[in-house]
Design a protein around this ligand. Structure first.
Ligand code: ADP
Ligand code: ZN
Ligand code: MG
Length: 481
């Protein structure tokens, strides 16, 4: 591989979460009964007329602004002709020479380093239906069509070929996904196919400026599969070039079972599609005023939020990256940090125990019963010595289960620390009496023997004694006699 430079460009397809489809009023719900979400327009019946969904345009503009694109003030839709059973019109309404957005930039983080990828374009098109084959129907002689997905607004984000490793490609895709989630234009659910990544890969001799012949890998909807597929394809191309062969420009399918790519179809060029302007739709004119209206509705984006978290809350870059991975987590952190005035402690709780609870329960932060107020109250209880850090963990577990406020849990379960000196003193005396050995060791100069005695006192109080106080009283008692 030292001989070659890897060149990757990505096409990312995202289903927009508009209420209705791109050119008709149908609502699309993933998992609905086959063909329930259809009408004559998205079924491609002759004589029907599409109408552009304004919300879909708005979402594309949001994405364009979030990814630093120029918004094309005058754009249009085109017909891309091809035959496929899931495309009843025999053409897909897409955008050819005048995409909605051009020349963007996406900033992403890899191993703590900030990198950028230029975007060629972002355009809108309609999604196709789905063929249902023998694997699902059990009948190898017939296939069925489900057109529910036909006409769902798809946004395609096309990068320049300037990514140089599979790992960078994944980091870039993650950054795009984060941005799309922040700006709320798609649920980005990869398992349900809302976000699909297609890498184009080529190799060239190191130092060469010319691009090598590329292959495209179809529709990867998991980052893990995407990574494995790209790594495999890079090696396959290197072997071909090493043996003096030529890479054929084609579209490949990566088979997860065999771990190999297989040719799906020869690569078609734009000419093959006979693009022409969609005659049934008006041109799209996006005026500056509308862009100015959309701009302020964008939230703070992950990259700048990360920087601000580091600067405003003094947390580490690694923690900032973790906490800004989703907008919900970033909002949660920020609210808890403000309420408690303890950003670093909040970060630790969120990244540690709260994340552990979420993972075990397999739920998202947004569905959790623990709110920023819970976390803030918990931290206050630790800070004012009502409970120890250890007890706090069990209080959080309880709050996670029941949604009860920490103060209430501490009261109900009698978990408040014993801070009454005389009460602790009595227990300390008893422990010293019952453990003459370690007590004597301490007096003889083995100072670490006190640890055992502290442990016994904590045990006797079921963890509720204030450990510092216990330590202090023990030292006094042991030095006194
Ligand atoms: P299409 O695949 O639809 O024909 P393009 O030619 O615009 O469209 O390219 C699609 C993607 O392929 C872009 O993301 C681009 O960066 C990438 N790409 C183009 N040429 C190469 C190449 N030689 N090596 C790697 N990626 C490439
Ligand atoms: Zn419809
Ligand atoms: Mg392509």
């Amino acid at each position: 591989m030292e001989k070659y430079e890897i060149v990757i460009g990505l096409e990312i397809h995202v289903e927009l979460c508009t209420q209705s489809k791109l050119f008709c009023n149908c609502a699309y719900t993933f998992g609905a009964s086959a063909n329930d979400c259809t009408c004559p327009i998205c079924l491609g019946m002759p004589g029907t007329l599409p109408v552009i969904n304004q919300r879909a345009l708005e979402f594309a503009v949001r994405a364009g602004l979030a990814m630093n694109c120029e918004i094309t003030t005058y754009s249009k839709f085109d017909r891309k002709n091809y035959f496929y059973p899931d495309l009843p019109k025999n053409y897909q309404i897409s955008q050819y020479d005048l995409p909605l957005c051009r020349n963007g930039v996406v900033t992403y983080l890899m191993d703590g380093e900030t990198k950028t990828v230029a975007l060629r374009r972002i355009h809108l098109e309609e999604d196709a239906g789905k063929s249902i084959h023998a694997e699902v129907t059990g009948d190898p002689t017939r296939s069925f069509m489900d057109f529910n997905r036909a006409g769902v607004p798809l946004m395609e984000i096309v990068s320049e070929p300037e990514i140089h490793s599979p790992e960078e490609a994944i980091a870039y895709c993650r950054a795009v996904k984060e941005i799309l989630e922040y700006i709320e234009v798609s649920d980005c659910n990869m398992e349900e196919g809302s976000l699909r990544c297609e890498p184009n890969i080529s190799l060239r001799p190191r130092g060469s400026k010319e691009l090598g012949t590329r292959t495209e890998i179809k529709n990867k909807n998991s980052f893990q599969e995407l990574l494995v597929a790209m790594e495999y394809e890079v090696k396959r191309q290197a072997r071909i070039l090493d043996s003096g062969g030529e890479v054929v420009q084609e579209t490949l399918l990566f088979d997860t079972n065999t771990g190999k790519t297989v040719a799906m179809r020869g690569k078609e060029e734009a000419d093959d599609y006979r693009y022409f302007p969609e005659p049934d739709l008006v041109h799209v004119q996006i005026d500056n005023e509308w862009i100015q209206e959309i701009q302020p509705t964008l939230p703070e984006l992950p990259a700048s939020r990360r920087t601000r978290f580091i600067e405003d809350y003094g947390i580490s870059p690694a923690n900032a990256e973790y906490l800004t991975a989703t907008r919900q987590m970033a909002d949660f952190f920020e609210e808890a940090a403000k309420l408690s005035g303890e950003p670093t402690i909040c970060a630790n709780w969120i990244m540690g125990d709260l994340s552990r609870l979420l993972n075990t329960a397999e739920i998202e932060l947004i569905d959790s019963k623990v709110t920023p107020s819970h976390l803030s109250e918990l931290i206050t209880l630790i800070n004012n010595n009502t409970i120890s850090g250890k007890i706090a963990k069990s209080v959080l577990d309880d709050a996670f289960e029941t949604g009860k406020m920490p103060k209430q849990i501490v009261e109900d379960k009698g978990l408040a620390q014993i801070t009454d000196t005389s009460e602790i003193e009595a227990i300390v005396m008893q422990v010293v009496e019952e453990n003459p050995g370690p007590a004597q060791d301490y007096r003889d100069g083995t100072k670490k023997a006190i640890g055992f005695l502290v442990g016994q006192v904590m045990k006797a109080t079921r963890g509720k004694a204030n450990p510092q106080l216990v330590n202090q009283i023990l030292t006094q008692v042991l030095s006194a006699d």
